[in-house]
Design a protein around this ligand. Structure first.
Ligand SMILES: Nc1ncnc2c1ncn2[C@@H]1O[C@H](COP(=O)(O)OP(=O)(O)OP(=O)(O)O)[C@@H](O)[C@H]1O
Ligand SMILES: [Mg+2]
Length: 391
């Protein structure tokens, strides 16, 4: 997607027409619990081999959407298709779909191998075939040789992988993962992320994963859907979601952002200007936005796209090159600083009292240009950095 497409980019996922045939299609699917629409008129296609992530705040309908796909809930309205076939009347155990649940319960009294074999036993797969497939699945999740252990003799991450093996052993075409890494600490999560990715490449199964963790979704997924209150807000590749959010909700939900409400004062094909009451500078953009002239818009600027400059005694603003003088630079004072290792974050109070979030990489171990609490600075950004949002 090119720059300047934000305003027109009201709904992501429109690119599907030219893509290969979807393996899963939700067609206007709604699920009501009493008056509440837990899932509200969702239409979505997922392609074979995708690693698809579902993101959104607690209670927005992620689990409900997966449960309908797995067959544990029935849509109130709409249809779900797998390979173009309506699966409404197909019972859960006959769907080519397997789910790893949010609370990844493994049977505590059974060995690891028996846990993994359980589903095959229910399906009356022969003992020899079972043993072979269980061993294969355990190898796949790097638990080879641990089959005779009981779950309480495993680490949290290993238990999580037992749950994964139990789903994989059934060789589903689609694996549904509901917060599969939620029980793990940060380090293990990161390790498991890589393992999940490798695993997916190895087995070629379509993964649909629910997560609260936006970093995880951005890192793993080929595409992400952001949901809010049962509605699909945007479906896009991770970088498009981050750089071209279609609403304030998505911009704010994915990553950190500064939102400036204003009016579109100029909107030409080559450039645009947004005037924001709380900001003592115009926001200059090096592209048109084809928005409502004079109407309300929001400029979203990510903290890492804002530069911090020393404020010299002459008070001259930094030259941002692509933005005319008097735009895209504001004087302020550093009111908060947090050192996070790889980066430092700052809150800069600008004229009028508003605080702007700024992030800077810590490029060197010392001798770095040092910004201190209380220091007078300029914040400035390039003409391509703000994303313009219409809602
Ligand atoms: N069986 C049910 N009966 C009534 N309401 C339900 C039922 N299942 C879910 N809900 C409601 O539907 C909404 C969506 O729930 P869901 O479990 O899909 O959310 P979620 O996005 O998975 O949240 P979380 O991130 O907390 O797991 C919530 O308001 C929830 O309370
Ligand atoms: Mg859930």
């Amino acid at each position: 997607m090119g720059r300047g497409a934000q305003a027109a980019d009201v709904f992501g996922g429109n690119d599907e027409v030219t893509e290969p045939k979807p393996i899963i299609t939700f067609e206007n699917v709604t699920k009501r619990f009493g008056k509440l629409a837990a899932v509200d008129n969702v239409s979505l296609s997922i392609r074979e081999g995708e690693f698809f992530a579902l993101l959104g705040p607690s209670g927005c309908g992620k689990t409900t959407l997966l449960r309908m796909l797995a067959g544990f809930e029935t849509p109130t309205e709409g249809r779900i298709l797998i390979d173009g076939q309506d699966i409404s009347n197909v019972p859960p155990n006959k769907r080519p779909v397997n789910m790893v649940f949010q609370s990844y319960a493994v049977f505590p009294h059974m060995t690891v191998a028996d846990n993994v074999a359980y589903g095959l036993k229910v399906d009356r797969v022969s003992k020899a075939e079972r043993d072979r497939r269980v061993e294969e699945a355990l190898e796949l999740v790097q638990l080879g040789g641990l089959g005779q252990r009981k779950p309480d003799q495993l680490s949290g991450g290993q238990r999580q992988r037992v749950a994964l093996a139990r789903a994989l052993v059934k060789r589903p075409r689609v694996l549904l993962l509901d917060e599969p890494l939620s029980a793990l600490d940060a380090k293990l999560r990161e390790q498991m992320r890589t393992e999940l990715c490798t695993l997916q490449e190895k087995v070629g199964i379509t993964f649909i994963m629910v997560t609260h963790d936006q970093d995880e979704a951005l890192a793993l997924a080929t595409r992400c859907a952001v949901m809010s209150k049962g509605l699909l807000q945007q479906v896009a590749a991770p970088n498009d979601l981050y750089e071209f959010p279609n609403s304030r909700f998505v911009a704010d939900f994915i990553g950190s952002v500064n939102l400036f409400e204003g009016v579109l004062a100029v909107d030409e094909p080559s450039h645009a200007v947004i005037r924001s009451p709380g900001l003592p500078t115009d926001i200059f953009l090096d592209h048109g936005v084809t928005g409502p002239r004079g109407g309300t818009v929001w400029a979203a600027i990510r903290p890492e796209k804002i530069e911090l400059h020393k404020r010299p005694d002459d008070g001259e603003p930094p030259n941002m090159g692509d933005a005319p003088k008097g735009t895209n630079a504001v004087a302020g004072v550093i009111k908060h600083e947090a050192y996070l290792g790889g980066v430092s974050t700052y809150e800069v109070e600008i004229e009028g009292g508003r605080r702007v979030k700024v992030q800077r990489p810590n490029l060197t171990r010392w001798d770095q240009e040092d910004f201190r609490l209380g220091e007078a600075v300029w914040i400035a950004w390039h003409a391509c950095s703000p994303a313009v949002l219409l809602s």
